[in-house]
Design a binder for this molecule. Sequence first.
Ligand SMILES: [Zn+2]
Length: 237
Amino acid sequence: MLQKKFDEIVKTHFPNAMDAKDTSIHYLGKMQLEHGIDVSKALMATSVCSDDINVPSTTFFNVLFGPFVMGGLGGIPFVGQTGMTAFAHHIPDDGSAFFFYGPHIGVTSDGELGKMYRPGQENKGNSCGALMLALSRFQDGSYKPVLHDDDYQQMKLEQSLISQREDIINSENPQKAITEATYEIIDKKIHEYIKTCKSEFPVDKVALLGGIIINTDPGTDDYFDARNFEIIDINTL
Ligand SMILES: [Zn+2]
């Protein structure tokens, strides 16, 4: 019953979202059948937020090798070009590469975005915590994130988003807007790093699936709103 309720709620905000299990079946099938990628030899890299709540969403792909974890707070691929190079070097012989990436956002059964009930907790909390923290700081027009060693990822995440501060806080749903903006940043970075590290890849094609993970209540499946499914020919970059 609750799953059906979430199905309706999630689709009011993200009409094209599919539950995590359907997502993995759908896209692994496409890779194998439409693009001739042998998924039994695919190494997965993820660039999703460190948050423990995202582990079940990525384990739906656990028929693949990996994951190589690229993402830090917010899902930004903080491992950079060195991480991308290492990932490329770990691809199985005659294998393939698959990237699963994007930010996450919680939703409650009341339809509130940016919040969720976590396993073992009675009260609802923020999701994504890093993005909702950035959003609360962005309410202050004079706020400027300053990079420092002891909070590097959060400050870097906020710096990446601050140029869009006005648009985000004035949008109809700021929680959704900051999540959408973060998706664009992650998508751009992943593409950049594949391009700058292209000579490191021992394969011709890499598969990408990017989108937004939508976290629901404990015991119900998470959802994924796919924004980009793409097979990149490394040789044409
Ligand atoms: Zn998060």
